[in-house]
Design a protein around this ligand. Structure first.
Ligand code: NAD
Ligand code: UD1
Length: 338
């Protein structure tokens, strides 16, 4: 079985390629390397013993995307990770985000339709729920108005896929990720944030390694037990495995609707201070941090109801918070050559 993985040299994509290869899938990666490095191909090869095929292409451009599909007429399915994902940047450069994230999806769907490729797994986000009224949040919770153009691209993309599925053979599984963190146990692949990280865990590890002076903890006056905001952090390898399960579900015809939606989280909410404590425990490093005002746009607390994904997909996140923070730390140490 041949799977096209767009954005496959990126953070979540690279871990998914490893899990696909372990299950015997042949992988073709299409990525323009706008937020990843070609070295990831070698690293994947070191982990699995198989170097995936790689095509450097910008999927937001129609002609190269057409050529890609003509070159691989026997693809079975697509996993679509390729997108820009910096929430703050999307506010200042909305067109960059709408153009890249939506044109890539449209080009892909058009080629899938014309080549008779049926299955797509799409990277969505828990950001579509905003601050949910009921926790844990289920897949049927209302979609809230997006807080950023990035979030809006995820909502629109879900709608585009749903509309297309109604009038073509295309079927989809939309995976709404909660907060993916951590790295592969080999420390050969992980998250490579460009510039100053926005996300919590890369900021923690960069502070501990000495690249940043201290971590800003955004807000200590939330209505949570320790006053800091709560998220559902999920190990990237658990997340990667869910993609393999989703692909298999569609290939085996076990999906029950043309478009299915699953939350990918652990079902456990941890506060920012919980994550810091876990990091200090596993790395044996003392972290410098300061409490600051809340970050605009942040929700107070969100964690997943995973019952539907556990039951229907037959998938469950297995790795705990300490494994997540330790693997992230090992990755940061490797980047620093330690
Ligand atoms: P990433 O930036 O590490 O990976 C995305 C990859 O896509 C990169 O390698 C980049 O070079 C590539 N890319 C971007 N635009 C492209 C284009 N036009 N053509 C070809 N390649 C292109 O990001 P990630 O964290 O691995 O995220 C993967 C997906 O998951 C994204 O769609 C993201 O929005 C979504 N997501 C991520 C998170 C998270 O916390 N990381 C949470 C929810 C959803
Ligand atoms: C953010 C995005 C979300 C996106 C996800 C993955 C927003 C509002 N949401 O989620 O759309 O899918 O990243 O890219 O930006 N924190 C600190 N100090 C820091 C960084 C973070 O205290 O330096 C706190 C945040 O306030 C939050 C928690 O850590 O409470 C997690 O933050 P982050 O890793 O940025 O993820 P989200 O904000 O949940």
């Amino acid at each position: 079985m041949k799977i096209l993985v767009t954005g496959g040299t990126g953070y979540i994509g690279s871990h998914t390629v490893v899990e696909l290869q372990k299950k015997g899938f042949e992988v073709i990666i299409a990525d323009n390397l706008s937020n990843s490095s070609i070295d990831v191909i070698d690293s994947i090869g070191k982990i699995t013993g198989i170097k995936p095929l790689f095509e450097k292409i910008d999927l937001s451009e129609q002609e190269p995307t057409k050529d890609l599909f003509s070159h691989y007429p026997d693809l079975n399915s697509v996993i679509h990770f390729a997108a820009y994902k910096a929430v703050g940047e999307s506010v200042t450069m909305p067109l960059k985000y709408y153009q890249n994230n939506l044109c890539s999806l449209i080009n892909l769907l058009r080629e899938m339709e014309s080549h008779g490729i049926r299955d797509i797994v799409f990277s969505s986000s828990c950001t579509v729920y905003g601050q949910p009224d009921i926790l844990p949040v289920t897949e049927t919770a209302p979609i809230k108005k997006a807080a950023s153009p990035y979030g809006n691209t995820k909502q629109i993309a879900e709608e585009i896929i749903t509309d297309v599925s109604k009038v073509t053979a295309i079927q989809a599984i939309l995976l709404r990720y909660f907060n993916p963190i951590g790295a592969h146990e080999s420390a050969l692949i992980g998250e490579l944030p460009l510039g100053v990280p926005n996300n919590l865990v890369p900021y923690i590890t960069q502070t501990a390694i000495g690249k940043r002076d201290f971590l800003n903890v955004w807000g200590k006056d939330y209505h949570t037990p320790d006053g800091t905001a709560i998220r559902d952090y999920i190990h990237v390898v658990d997340l990667a495995m869910a993609h393999v399960t989703a692909i298999e579900r569609m290939l085996e015809g076990k999906n029950k609707q043309k478009v299915e939606v699953f939350n990918l989280g652990t079902g456990i909410g941890y506060s920012v201070l919980d994550v810091i404590k876990s990091f200090e425990r596993t790395s044996k490093e003392k972290l410098n941090y300061k409490f600051m005002e809340r970050r605009p746009g942040d929700v107070e607390e969100v964690w997943a109801d995973t019952e539907f994904a556990n039951r229907e997909l037959g998938w469950k996140a297995e790795r705990g918070l300490d494994e997540m923070t330790l693997s992230a730390w090992r990755w940061e140490q490797r980047l620093a050559g330690l």
